[in-house]
Design a protein around this ligand. Structure first.
Ligand code: HEC
Ligand code: HEC
Length: 174
């Protein structure tokens, strides 16, 4: 090996050692999670937040996160949860026939369609929709831990306030 080659080889080795050190950089247990406290304790300080919004009928609708996103529940759900087989207060206001009477937003067509069997349920709610809070959630007034820079594009003017999934679900599918 001539001097030039030896010099190159040692440079390469030094580079590898340097990279190795970088990759091995470690983070403390307080730095890994978003909560900025040790992951080995469940005693986490939670900032004060208000979980109960205004009562149904007085709340302001929350803009949809993206086209056909399940809308957030804008009102308080106090005394409405848990939803049980015997008691689902959500349907008592949101089924189409009730919604008009109480001024609530009617459940959309997609909730009366069986996607598995590709069958219109003729006004009967798909039982898979029974537990509304799987998809629809209430909001707290806590500041987000990470800023969200996502900006949705809506194809229809009222896409931020109205859904039409059943009409568009097969778009682009042959
Ligand atoms: C007493 C009637 C009533 C009950 C019970 C009720 N809601 Fe509502 N809901 C409303 C009304 C009225 C609105 C419209 C906003 C307002 O006026 O507060 C609304 C709004 C919503 C919205 C927002 C819709 C949109 O287009 O943005 C969702 C989602 C929702 N409710 C889901 C639920 C779920 C899930 C439950 C059961 C846990 C429930 N609601 C129980 C009356 C009700
Ligand atoms: C599997 C998830 C899921 C479940 C369960 C579910 N929803 Fe939805 N919901 C959605 C999605 C997604 C949309 C928006 C797209 C669409 O279907 O049109 C929506 C839309 C809505 C809307 C807005 C309608 C409009 O015209 O803009 C209301 C109101 C609603 N749901 C109420 C309910 C209620 C009440 C229940 C329980 C009885 C329920 N949903 C159960 C996913 C769900």
């Amino acid at each position: 090996m001539n001097i030039k080659k030896i010099a190159l080889a040692s440079l390469a080795t030094a580079g590898l050692i340097f990279l190795g050190c970088k990759a091995g950089q470690s983070y403390g247990e307080n730095e890994i999670g978003l909560r900025k406290s040790t992951l080995f304790s469940e005693e986490v300080k939670v900032t004060k937040y208000d979980y109960n919004g205004k009562v149904a009928g007085e709340s302001e609708l929350i803009e949809r996160a993206f086209e056909n996103a399940p809308p957030m529940i804008s009102h308080s759900v106090e005394d409405m949860l848990p939803i049980t087989k015997e008691n689902n207060s959500c349907t008592s206001c949101h089924l189409p026939e009730m919604a008009e009477a109480v001024g609530a937003i009617s459940m959309p067509k997609s909730h009366f369609y069986d996607f598995r069997k590709k069958k219109d349920l003729k006004g009967q709610m798909d039982e898979n929709r029974f537990n509304c809070v799987i998809c629809h959630t209430t909001q707290v007034n806590a500041a987000p831990l990470v800023e969200n820079k996502f900006a949705p594009d809506f194809r229809k003017e009222n896409g931020n306030a109205k859904s039409n999934l059943l009409d568009v679900v097969n778009e682009g599918v042959n």
